[in-house]
Each structure stands twice: as structure tokens, then as C-alpha cells.
Design a protein around this ligand. Structure first.
Ligand code: 1CP
Length: 336
């Protein structure tokens, strides 16, 4: 067992493992160097030597307890036949969704397209210290649907009319994509990953009346699959505020990752039955050292004696200074 899986499965509060969402990425000069020579992001994710190398970059720099495989949640829609482009300063753009094409997908072809991701996991596991976890991940069905159907109007709103118009297609996709996501999880575990994180990054944009069907239900199906396979699973239903409690009760994941809007003391009181992760606002890392340390200590104190994994409340921002991250990691590792 690794420090991370011990914390999640044995609910051992005696140590605080640490890793970061988006730890392999744009804030690291060594990543930007590789990225500048590889303009096509999907191709980069499908280059198993490079994606394994990128996965290990933060592990070489920092004392982290887990690596997260360098890939993207959109590799799944890509492998289900949609074209995916990453445009600078705009974000990911997908070709128009087509239900017939979607329904014609076969699991064998899907696995074939994602083979390089599994190769990258194998290579990474070989080069990673046995005590460190290797985290695999997927996007939750709703969060993938936001991209697959182009549902976002701007950064923080969805186009409700488009959502209503696509409702019958969305229902079909919600059901069927779960099967493909479970195949992807299974393949990643067989390749050597030991933990799964489910990113429902846009759960906060779901209309209240759809929360059960669009968020809780699909997350629960995937969590149940992981439990049946005895794979520790972390859920991140970002932006649902106090509904975290309802989510926890219904979905019951092994670990819940908090976003930066959740008050840590509220979480300690109300989510006391669950192993918890993260929470710190990634923007705090732009502040002065004493402000950062105070914020870090707030989380460490709130979860003292509770199974807790240190992480952020969303991904590391590209402008983060790696030296500041180093100081934060030292603070967590030296906390008594
Ligand atoms: O260099 C570049 O321009 C590409 C930037 C980049 C990177 C480094 C993208 C495009 N994806 C990634 C890698 C990535 N994506 C990882 C790697 C492992 C790690 O965490 O270090 C992971 C786990 C993801 C997951 C992901 N992709 C999510 C869920 C987590 C989250 O941040 O909410 C989402 C929503 C995406 C979509 C996506 N991929 C890339 C962009 C720019 C976006 C849009 C959302 C965003 O800007 O955060």
C-alpha cells in the first residue's frame, strides 16, 4: 500500500499525503519546453514516452506522494470519434456531436485508440518509487457532456436552451458513456494505476432539478464499479456548494475532493465520515508567504486527526511559481 491508498482505504489519519491537481503542466518550465516542440496536444497525450516523462517531472522536483498520469479528460470524447482541438486562450473545441456516430462505438476500438495512455501508465509505474501512488482519472459524464455538446456560453454559464434542446441525446449519452468510462478505468488499473479520480469540474453548472440524474447517479455508477474492483476512488463534484453533503451520502466515494468554495471547518463537521482531500484556493499561491502559510495551516488544523490528503481546491494555475509550491509542500510535510 502507498501513503495515499493507506489514507483513503484504511482512513489512517497519522500522515497527510500530498499531491496537486494539474501538477504536471504549464507552470513547470520543463513542461513548457516539451510543449513548445509539440504543438498538437492530443498527439502529445498519445506519445507514451513524452507523457510518461511529463508525469514524472513534478515527482523529480518535489516530495509528492502521488503522480497523476499526464493525459486529459477529453481523450475519451476523442476516442469516441469527436475531433478535439485545444485553442490557445479559448480552450478545448470539439466537432459537432452526432448521436449515430456516438452509438456506433465499439469497446475494442475505443481501447485501441487509448492504448498509448495505458503504455504511458506502464512506463511510469516502472520508473516510479514503489511508495508513490499513480493516479488515473476520468471526466464525469456531465463534465464530458458540457464539452461534447458545446454547452458553455462563457466561462461560468451554460446555455440553458441548448441544454433543453439536447436533453434526449444527453440522456442516452449519460447512460452509455458510463460503460466506456468504466472500460477506461479498468484498462488504466490493469496498466498499473492504483487510484482513480473522477473530475466533475462543471457539476456546479447543473440546474438543481437535474443534479440527481446528471451528477449523483452517473458518479455513483462509476464509484460502484471502482468499489467492485477494489480500486480507491476520489470524487470531485466541483461547485455544488452544500450539496457536497447530499452527494457524499448518495455517491459514497472512498474520498471526496473539496473545491475552494467549501469551508474546511464546515467540511470537518458535516463530512466527518469521509476521507477528504484538497480545498486550498490555487490563487492563494500568488500571495505572500505568510498569507499562504496561514491558509495552508487552516486546512491542516481543520483536518487534524482526520484522514486528509493535501491538495488544492482546483488545478494549479499556469502562473504559479514552482518555488512557492516547494515551500508549501515543505510546510505540509513538516506539519505536526
Ligand atoms: O499546454 C496546454 O495548452 C495544455 C494545457 C492542458 C494540460 C496541461 C490541458 C488542456 N490539459 C492538461 C492536462 C490535464 N488535464 C491533466 C494532467 C494531469 C495533471 O493533473 O497534472 C488533467 C488531470 C486534466 C483534466 C482536465 N482537463 C479537466 C478536469 C480538471 C480541471 O481542471 O477541472 C478538465 C475540465 C480538462 C479540460 C481541459 N483540458 C485542457 C484545458 C485548457 C481544459 C479546459 C479547462 C481548463 O482550462 O482547466
Amino acid at each position: 500500500m502507498t501513503k495515499l491508498t493507506n489514507c483513503i482505504l484504511n482512513k489512517d489519519p497519522s500522515c497527510v499525503p500530498v499531491w496537486f491537481m494539474r501538477q504536471a503542466g504549464r507552470y513547470l518550465p520543463e513542461f513548457r519546453n516539451i510543449r513548445s516542440k509539440n504543438k498538437n496536444f492530443i498527439k502529445l497525450c498519445l506519445n507514451s514516452n513524452l507523457s510518461s516523462k511529463i508525469t514524472l517531472q513534478p515527482m523529480e522536483r518535489f516530495r509528492l506522494d502521488a503522480a497523476i498520469i499526464f493525459s486529459d479528460i477529453l481523450m475519451v470524447p476523442y476516442s469516441l470519434g469527436q475531433k478535439v482541438k485545444f485553442e490557445k486562450n479559448i480552450g478545448p473545441k470539439l466537432s459537432l456531436f452526432n448521436l449515430k456516430n456516438f452509438q456506433s462505438n465499439k469497446k475494442k476500438d475505443f481501447t485501441g485508440k487509448l492504448r498509448p495512455v495505458y503504455e504511458a501508465i506502464k512506463k511510469t509505474r516502472k520508473n516510479l518509487n514503489k511508495e508513490k501512488s499513480l493516479i488515473s482519472f476520468i471526466g464525469a459524464p456531465w463534465t464530458l457532456i458540457v464539452y461534447m455538446f458545446g454547452l458553455k456560453k462563457d466561462k461560468n454559464t451554460i446555455d440553458i436552451n441548448k441544454l433543453k434542446k439536447s436533453e434526449s441525446d444527453i440522456k442516452i449519452v449519460l447512460e452509455k458513456i458510463v460503460d466506456f468510462l468504466c472500460v477506461h478505468i479498468d484498462n488504466q488499473i490493469k496498466a498499473g494505476a492504483d487510484t482513480v479520480q473522477i473530475f466533475d469540474s462543471w457539476a456546479g453548472l447543473i440546474p438543481q432539478e437535474n443534479l440527481f440524474n446528471y451528477c449523483y447517479k452517473p458518479n455513483k455508477k462509476i464509484v460502484d464499479f471502482c468499489k467492485q474492483k477494489k480500486i480507491p476512488v476520489i470524487c470531485f463534484p466541483k461547485g455544488i456548494k452544500k450539496k457536497y453533503l447530499e452527494f457524499a451520502k448518495i455517491v459514497n466515494p472512498d474520498c471526496l475532493s473539496l473545491d475552494y468554495e467549501i469551508n474546511p471547518n464546515w467540511a470537518r463537521t458535516n463530512l466527518n465520515n469521509y476521507c477528504l482531500q484538497g480545498g486550498l484556493d490555487p490563487k492563494i499561491l500568488f500571495e505572500k508567504e505568510d498569507v499562504i502559510f496561514r491558509a495552508v495551516d487552516k486546512y491542516l488544523n481543520a483536518f487534524k486527526g482526520h484522514p486528509y490528503i493535501f491538495n488544492l481546491g482546483h488545478g494549479l494555475l499556469p502562473e504559479t511559481n514552482p518555488e512557492v509550491l516547494q515551500k508549501l509542500i515543505d510546510r505540509v510535510n513538516n506539519f505536526k
